[in-house]
Design a protein around this ligand. Structure first.
Ligand SMILES: Cc1cc2nc3c(=O)[nH]c(=O)nc-3n(C[C@H](O)[C@H](O)[C@H](O)COP(=O)(O)OP(=O)(O)OC[C@H]3O[C@@H](n4cnc5c(N)ncnc54)[C@H](O)[C@@H]3O)c2cc1C
Length: 488
């Protein structure tokens, strides 16, 4: 056996320094070119890499031929880029973080600063609307600072006269920022570090280049300008196709002609709108089919005929050694759950980070109401919060009438949208472990908890250990009558 480290992503500062002393063409394209040849060349991989590096132009031509002419797009996945994306609105960051096969780390709004850090959408050209936009954002930001101090003071009062340690003080400030930010606009700037391979980058360009938002198209231009001098041969289709551009609009024409049903009303709970029927049996049948070399349909018939008590005994045994960090295996992917929920922008910011899912998000709609943190009510600031929301909604309507989608920037983290989300049970386990947990933010925790409770009623066996990390021991005890820690 021979294993070699072929490359790793290195900071550009270091690459630039290296290139200064002995200029060479620094590009990840040579990895794509070398790996593309693995399938047909008799040479060992390290030789293929050597050849690819010796003649970069030839490698580029080979990439273009393999990706473009042969349609072997996956070779572009071997070229990986890291981007620092800074000074971008929360709204545009939602677009950046839509890709399933990309890695992100975003600045948390727990550490937000408000020194004019919002994006003025380029679409708002009317001077009066521009002024209105700025006035509303400033009002929201003032309230953010006021609510932050009020919540901190309240937490301090609740804690009593004892001196607070630095850690406790930071914790209180974290909670206060977390809740005060519900009034911050979606224009608020953020920053994110992303790691993305060339194939996903091409996909990003195709989507961003047809975005109705100027900021997103501008971001696309900047990314494209950075990547093309380094890797011109692996991004070949950055423009949207006619289908990409027009398919949704073509359908919408028909959808709008259908008889109008009652529009969705504000709802406090997620609704499970579809799920794999007999999910428990499907999960167990996929184990049985594999271990006994049975056809899946035979395995399923057997499972359906097996008594509930017997199936419960199987699942009990299966989960008996699980700990809070263990993930159920792939068989749990056989059961899907689709839910619809109306959630705040603050909650969406966290939900969208769960990538192994299908997430379809509707527009933010003022008529769906706003999520108000309890701490803001408790500090007596609820009335002022709602007054600002009313002014925000009026500004939104005025801007929308003239500049369409640009109005979304003025909406706040408390504004709500409808999401339709499908996850398999394995990903649901992951989601619930992290989000129905005492360390999770309360808004997404509430959603996760409500979901977990509902899923347990439709898949009582395979979902039996569904709970957050912090309640794992208690859940384990409920089923096994001993604490998880004692069974090790
Ligand atoms: C308490 C808390 C605080 C957080 N704070 C921040 C923060 O300040 N900033 C921030 O940016 N994020 C923050 N997050 C988000 C967090 O980093 C994750 O992005 C989010 O929880 C999604 O979960 P996940 O990455 O495990 O994967 P999911 O996307 O849910 O995927 C499920 C699993 O699939 C695997 N997987 C998916 N994609 C990949 C991949 N590309 N490579 C390898 N494995 C993959 C992993 O095993 C992963 O656990 C926070 C999350 C929590 C719970």
């Amino acid at each position: 056996m021979r294993v070699k480290l072929a490359g790793f992503n290195v900071d550009c500062e270091i690459l630039n320094r290296l290139n200064h002393s002995a200029p060479v063409t620094l590009t990840p394209e040579t990895l794509s070119a070398a790996y593309a040849r693995i399938s047909r060349s008799p040479l060992p991989i390290d030789q293929l890499r050597k050849h690819a590096c010796q003649d970069v132009e030839k490698s580029r031509k080979s990439n273009q031929k393999i990706i473009f002419a042969m349609g072997h797009h996956s070779v572009a996945e071997h070229a990986v880029f890291n981007f620092d994306i800074m000074g971008v609105s929360r709204l545009a960051l939602e677009e950046v973080e839509r890709f399933r096969l990309v890695s992100y780390t975003e600045k948390s709004q727990r550490y937000v600063t408000l020194a004019g850090d919002y994006v003025m959408p380029g679409e708002i050209k009317d001077p009066a609307l521009k002024k209105l936009f700025q006035t509303i954002i400033q009002r929201q930001n003032q309230f953010y600072l006021k609510a932050f101090s009020a919540i901190c003071e309240q937490l301090q009062r609740r804690r009593g006269p004892l001196k607070t340690s630095v850690t406790e003080q930071k914790l209180m400030e974290g909670i206060a920022k977390e809740d005060a930010r519900y009034i911050l606009s979606l224009a608020t700037q953020g920053q994110v570090g992303i790691t993305i391979n060339a194939r996903n980058l091409e996909h990003l360009f195709r989507r961003f280049n047809r975005s109705p938002r100027q900021e997103v198209r501008k971001l696309s231009e900047k990314l494209y300008a950075l990547v093309m001098p380094i890797a011109p041969s692996i991004i070949l289709f950055p423009e949207p196709s006619a289908f990409d551009r027009d398919a949704s609009a073509a359908l919408e024409k028909h959808l709008h002609a259908l008889p109008a049903a009652a529009p969705l009303k504000a709802s406090p709970e997620p609704e499970i709108v579809a799920y794999t029927e007999h999910g428990d049996e499907l999960v167990l049948a996929s184990f049985l089919s594999n271990s006994s070399n049975l056809s899946f349909s035979n395995a399923l018939t057997i499972m359906r005929k097996t008594s509930f008590a017997k199936k419960r005994a199987m699942v009990n045994d299966f989960f008996s050694k699980i700990q809070f960090f263990d993930a159920p295996p792939r068989e749990f992917e056989m059961a899907d759950i689709t839910f619809q929920a109306q959630i705040s922008a603050a909650s969406f910011a966290q939900l969208k980070r769960h990538r192994l899912a299908t997430l379809i998000a509707g527009d933010y709609r003022p008529e769906l109401g706003n999520t108000l943190p309890e701490s803001i009510s408790a500090t007596g600031l609820e009335k002022e919060f709602h007054e600002i929301i009313d002014r925000t909604n009026t500004a939104y309507s005025k801007i929308k009438a003239k500049h369409g989608l640009a109005a979304d920037y003025v909406l706040t983290n408390s504004h709500r949208r409808t999401v339709l989300m499908k996850m398999n049970l394995r990903e649901i386990y992951h989601f619930i472990r992290f989000r129905d947990d005492e360390h999770a933010q309360w808004d997404i925790r509430r959603l996760a908890h409500q979901l977990a409770e509902k899923i347990k009623t439709i898949m009582p066996l395979s979902a039996m250990m569904l709970c957050g990390k912090s309640s794992f021991d208690q859940e384990y005890k409920k089923h096994y009558r001993i604490l998880a820690a004692k069974k090790i």
